[in-house]
Design a protein around this ligand. Structure first.
Ligand SMILES: Cc1cc2nc3c(=O)[nH]c(=O)nc-3n(C[C@H](O)[C@H](O)[C@H](O)COP(=O)(O)OP(=O)(O)OC[C@H]3O[C@@H](n4cnc5c(N)ncnc54)[C@H](O)[C@@H]3O)c2cc1C
Length: 639
C-alpha cells in the first residue's frame, strides 16, 4: 500500500503531457492481453465505456452492477448535456478555455494536468458518441447544436433534449452489449460488491452478493476498476437515483485506499423544492433551463402576490444583479448560495418560503412556446407531473438540492488509487472537478475516463503483473468472504425497532443542516458528536425483515446505510479541517462582506486524502499539494 501520494503527473509542457505520457506508457502485447482478467464494478457511463473499450482491446472483462441491467445505471438520469471544446459555435472556445473554466469552476482545487487532459479528450468523446449513433441535437443545417451551461461564456454543451445521459448510456451500452455477445465481457447484473480483496498489497479481487439468490462469492482478477458513482445519497434526499451509495468506495477505503476531499459535495440550484417529510428523492430541473429561464424572487419580504401580479419593478433578478457577466448562468455553488441567501432573508416563494422562481415568460415571448417546448419539453412535463403546475404559464419554483459529489477515492494520473491495482473512474474518483463541478462536465469526465484514459493507462499496471495471477483459492479471499458473511449475519440478527430508512433519513437531515450548503465549526462539531450515537443506535435497534438467502432489498439498504453512517463522519471531519471556503464547501467563518467564499491558498491549496486507521480511531489526513504552473491562482469572480 502506498501512503505517499505520488500523482505521477508527467513532466513537460501542459499541452504535451498526455501525448507524451501515452507514448511513454507501457504496452501489453495482444497475446498477453488475453491472459489478463479485469474486474470492472459499475456499468454507468464510466464503467460501461471502460468495460467495452478494454474488452475491445482484447482483455478479458467481468463487469458487475447492482441493477437488473447496465442500462439502468444512474447515468441514465443525466439531463442537460455534455461539454466538449469543439468550438462549433465559433464563439472563442478552445481546449485551453475549457481547461481554464473547469479549473476556475473548481475554485482552483484540482490538478492542472488532469483537467487539461479532460479538456483535450472532450472532442474525441463527441466523435465517439456520434459514431455510435447518439442522437445529439442538430442545427437546421445538420451540424451538432450547442447550448450554454453555468460557469462558461461560450456554448459548448452537446445535448439530446433533456435526456443526454440516457442517450449516451444507450451508446455505451450498445458497445458493452456487443462485447458481451462476443464473449469479451461477462456481465453480472444484480450483483453487489461487498468488499475488495487485497493480496500482497494489491487489489486482486472482489467479494459480491448475488442480489436474487443471496449467495456470497469471490471473483479474482489482475486488476479491479471501480466505477461505482457518487455518494450524494448520504444526505438521504438528493437528485441521485435511490440506489446510489458509498459502499464500494468506502469499503475500498477501509481496505487502504485513500478517500480524497469527502466534504466536497455539490448542491444544484435548480431542483423541485422538497414537498413533504414522506419524500424519498428530489428531482432536478436541468441547468440547461437557465439558458432561457430567469431566476427571481420578490424584492420585498412578505410579498405574497401571485407571480403574474408582481411587476418587474418589484422583482429581484438577483443573479443578473449580482453577477452581470454570467447572470443566470453563474456556477452552481454560487447560484445555490444566492438562492439560500434570498430565502434566508424571507424573500423565498412557495410553501415554507424555500423556493425561488425560474421564469420562462420572457423567453416564451421572444422565441415562442413551440421553441421552448422543443428545447425542454420533457423537463416541463416532469415538473408538471410532480407539482401539477404548468411552467409554460407560471414560473417554476426551484430550490437547491444535493446533486453530485466531487470527493471520491484518490487516484493518480493513471487513475490508479494508492492501492496498486485498484483503479477508480467517473464520479467515484476525486479527480477533475476540484471543489465545484461545472454543469455538463460529469458525463465528459466519466466518458473520458472510460473511453480514453483507462484504456491507455491500465497497461502501466498490468505490464508489471505478467505471471502474477492469483486465484480465489488464496486464503485472502476466504478471509474476506467470512468478514462479509459476518456483517450480513450481524445486520439480520439485531431485531430492533427502527428501519434502515428511518436512520438514513435522520442522518441525511443532520448532514443537510450541519454539513450542507453552509458549514461552521460549531455545526460540524455538533454533527461529529451526534453521528456516532446514531450509528450506535443503528447497530442496536435496526429492524430488518426477511433473510439473507433471498432477494432482500431491506438488507441491501441496511448495508449501504451502515456505510453512510461511518462515511458521514469522515465528511464532517474533512469539512472541519478545511478551514477555508472553496466551491461547494462553504464555511460561514470564511466569507467576504458580500457573502462570497474566501479561500486560503497558503494553507489549503491541496487535496486532502484520508487514510483509514480502523473503525474506532481517527483517520490520518494526507496531503497532495496542488501546483499551478499554467494558471494564476485568483479570486473567482463571475461579476
Ligand atoms: C438528475 C441528474 C442529472 C444529471 N445531469 C447531468 C448532465 O446533464 N450532465 C453531466 O455532465 N452530468 C449530469 N449529472 C451527473 C452525472 O449523471 C453523473 O455524475 C454520472 O452519470 C456518473 O456516472 P458514473 O458512471 O460515474 O456512475 P453511475 O452512473 O452512478 O453508475 C454507477 C454504477 O456502479 C454500480 N454500482 C455502484 N455500487 C455498486 C456496488 N457496490 N456493487 C456493484 N455495482 C455497484 C451501479 O450499479 C452502476 O452501474 C446528473 C446527475 C443527476 C443526479
Amino acid at each position: 500500500m502506498n501512503t505517499q501520494l505520488d500523482s505521477k503527473v508527467p513532466a513537460g509542457a501542459l499541452e504535451e503531457k498526455w501525448t507524451k505520457h501515452r507514448a511513454e506508457s507501457k504496452l501489453v502485447n495482444p497475446n498477453n492481453k488475453r491472459k489478463f482478467d479485469i474486474i470492472v464494478v459499475g456499468s454507468g457511463l464510466a464503467g460501461a465505456s471502460a468495460a467495452a473499450s478494454l474488452a475491445e482491446m482484447g482483455y478479458g472483462v467481468k463487469c458487475f452492477c447492482f441493477q437488473d441491467s447496465p442500462r439502468r445505471a444512474h447515468s441514465i438520469a443525466a439531463q442537460g448535456g455534455i461539454n466538449a471544446a469543439k468550438n462549433y459555435q465559433n464563439d472563442g472556445d478552445s481546449v485551453y478555455r475549457l481547461f481554464y473554466d473547469t479549473i476556475k469552476g473548481g475554485d482552483f482545487r484540482s490538478r492542472e494536468a488532469n483537467v487539461y487532459r479532460l479538456a483535450e479528450v472532450s472532442a474525441n468523446i463527441i466523435d465517439q458518441c456520434v459514431a455510435q449513433g447518439v442522437p445529439f441535437a442538430r442545427e437546421y443545417g445538420g451540424l451538432l447544436a450547442n447550448r450554454s451551461f453555468g460557469g462558461a461564456q461560450v456554448s459548448r454543451t452537446f445535448y439530446a433534449r433533456g435526456q443526454t445521459g440516457q442517450q449516451l448510456l444507450l451508446g455505451a451500452y450498445q458497445a458493452l452489449a456487443q462485447q458481451i455477445a462476443v464473449g469479451g465481457v461477462k456481465m453480472f447484473p444484480r450483483t453487489e460488491l461487498l468488499d475488495i480483496v487485497i493480496v500482497d498489497g494489491h487489489a486482486k479481487g472482489i467479494v459480491v452478493r448475488d442480489l436474487l439468490s443471496g449467495e456470497i462469492s469471490s471473483h479474482a482478477g489482475d486488476t479491479v476498476v471501480l466505477a461505482t458513482g457518487g455518494y450524494g445519497n448520504v444526505f438521504y434526499l438528493s437528485t441521485n437515483a435511490r440506489g446510489c451509495n458509498v459502499s464500494a468506495t468506502y469499503r475500498a477505503y477501509k481496505r487502504g485506499a485513500f478517500f480524497a476531499n469527502p466534504c466536497y459535495t455539490q448542491i444544484h440550484p435548480t431542483c423541485i423544492p422538497v414537498g413533504g417529510t414522506y419524500q424519498s428523492k428530489l428531482t432536478l430541473m436541468s441547468e440547461s433551463l437557465r439558458n432561457d429561464g430567469r431566476v427571481w424572487v420578490p424584492k420585498n419580504k412578505g410579498d405574497n402576490r401571485p407571480p403574474s401580479q408582481i411587476p418587474d419593478s418589484d422583482r429581484d433578478y438577483y443573479l443578473e444583479r449580482k453577477y452581470p457577466s454570467f447572470g443566470n448562468l453563474a456556477p452552481r455553488d454560487i447560484a445555490s448560495r444566492s438562492a439560500k441567501e434570498v430565502c434566508d432573508e424571507g424573500r423565498g416563494v412557495g410553501p415554507g418560503g424555500l423556493g425561488v422562481y425560474l421564469d420562462f415568460a420572457e423567453a416564451i415571448g421572444r422565441l415562442g412556446e413551440k421553441t421552448i417546448r422543443e428545447r425542454y419539453g420533457n423537463l416541463f412535463d416532469i415538473y408538471h407531473n410532480i407539482t401539477g403546475e404548468d411552467a409554460y404559464h407560471l414560473p417554476m419554483r426551484i430550490y437547491p438540492a444535493v446533486h453530485y459529489t466531487m470527493g471520491g477515492l484518490w487516484v493518480d494520473y493513471n487513475l490508479m488509487s494508492n492501492v496498486p491495482g485498484l483503479h477508480v473512474l467517473g464520479e467515484a474518483n476525486f479527480s477533475d472537478h476540484g471543489a465545484n463541478r461545472l454543469g455538463a462536465s460529469a458525463l465528459m469526465q466519466g466518458l473520458a475516463d472510460g473511453y480514453f484514459v483507462i484504456p491507455s493507462t491500465i497497461a502501466n499496471y498490468l505490464a508489471t503483473q505478467l505471471g502474477k495471477k492469483v486465484s480465489v483459492d488464496r486464503p485472502e479471499f476466504n478471509a474476506t468472504e467470512n468478514e462479509v458473511r459476518k456483517t450480513v449475519a450481524k445486520l439480520l440478527s439485531i431485531k430492533g425497532k427502527r428501519t434502515a430508512t428511518s436512520f438514513h433519513r435522520e442522518l441525511g437531515l443532520l448532514l443537510w443542516e450541519k454539513c450542507g450548503m453552509a458549514r461552521s465549526r460549531e455545526s460540524l462539531q455538533e454533527a461529529l458528536q451526534k453521528i456516532p450515537s446514531l450509528r450506535e443506535e443503528f447497530w442496536q435497534n435496526l429492524n430488518l425483515q426477511g433473510g439473507d438467502m433471498e432477494l432482500n432489498q431491506s438488507l441491501e439498504q441496511a448495508g449501504r446505510v451502515a456505510d453512510f453512517l461511518e462515511f458521514a463522519e469522515l465528511m464532517c471531519l474533512d469539512a472541519l479541517e478545511r478551514e477555508e471556503s472553496c466551491g461547494g464547501h462553504f464555511r460561514v467563518e470564511y466569507q467576504t462582506k458580500e457573502g462570497e467564499a474566501v479561500r486560503d491558498d497558503a494553507d489549503f491549496c491541496h487535496v486532502a486524502a484520508w487514510q483509514c486507521t480502523g473503525t474506532d480511531s481517527k483517520p490520518v489526513r494526507n496531503v497532495e499539494p496542488l501546483v499551478f504552473e499554467n494558471v494564476k491562482l485568483a479570486t473567482r469572480s463571475y461579476k
